[in-house]
Design a binder for this molecule. Structure first.
Ligand code: HEM
Length: 223
């Protein structure tokens, strides 16, 4: 007789992989929102867009921002379906797949709330950076769930130096991504006009005001 959880498990793998791929797409689309300066395309309104449900046809930035929200909603539907199937398929075994899906669901809620905060507060760089960081964690949770459903090593491996190094490199890459977003969000992209030095100095001390990066993007001039 066929294992009763075989079908839900297959379905889970497909759903988890599809949700992870869609999330990669949404992350790229988020970058499009940012580089096209469409973050406030719907004004600082959420969930409405400039007071209406659908943006006017001739407002491209509003459409870009609105489609980002709609795309996020689609991922929410996929994520919910993945969670329901994960509970059916992995209630009693392979808890990694189940817990990674639960973590992804929680991160999705946080991410959506951060998206709304980013809009309502006029794109403050710190919140935009958190929005990007949470997107990375959400993707990591979805990829872990998808991977845990298709690959289970036959035995436990002892933690070796290579694994530790891989963890360290991953953590550093996360920091680089966050600081990159902060540089862009705070308008500091050309703060150092030469490389590898920063305006002729190793440490950029005494080169302008500090703390301005906390201001919203459309706040007063920073330099
Ligand atoms: C699963 C859900 C979501 C994911 C994975 C996601 C991901 C992203 C990413 C990766 C960016 C680019 C950030 C950067 O370049 O630093 C971004 C930008 C943005 N997102 Fe989302 N997002 C999600 C949901 C939402 C929601 C629900 C809203 C609004 C209610 C929203 C509003 C925005 C805005 C306004 C920007 C542009 C920020 C700017 O121009 O500085 N996001 N998103």
């Amino acid at each position: 007789m066929q294992n009763p959880t075989a079908r839900p498990k297959r379905l889970f793998s497909s759903l988890a992989i599809a949700t992870a791929l869609l999330t990669i797409g949404l992350i790229v689309f988020g970058a499009v929102v940012r580089v096209t300066d469409s973050g406030l395309g719907c004004g600082n309104q959420w969930p409405l867009c400039n007071g209406t449900i659908f943006p006017p046809l001739d407002n491209l930035t509003a459409w870009i921002e609105w489609l980002h929200r709609l795309f996020a909603l689609l991922i929410g539907a996929f994520g919910l379906a993945t969670l329901v199937v994960a509970i059916r398929a992995y209630r009693h075994e392979n808890r990694i797949a189940l817990w990674a899906t639960v973590a992804a669901a929680l991160l999705y809620v946080v991410q959506s709330a951060l998206g709304a905060i980013v809009v309502v507060l006029d794109l403050p760089p710190t919140s935009v950076t958190l929005h990007l960081g949470t997107a990375m964690l959400l993707l990591a949770a979805l990829l872990t769930a998808a991977l845990a459903s298709v690959y289970r090593p036959a035995r436990r491996y002892a933690r070796d130096r290579f694994t530790t190094l891989a963890y360290i490199v991953t953590a550093l890459a996360f920091v680089i991504i966050l600081t990159g977003a902060l540089v862009r969000g705070s308008g500091a992209t050309l703060a150092c006009v030469d490389y590898p030095l920063c305006n002729g100095e190793i440490f950029p001390t005494g080169q302008g005001q500090r703390g301005q990066w906390l201001l919203p993007r459309h706040g007063p001039c920073r330099y």
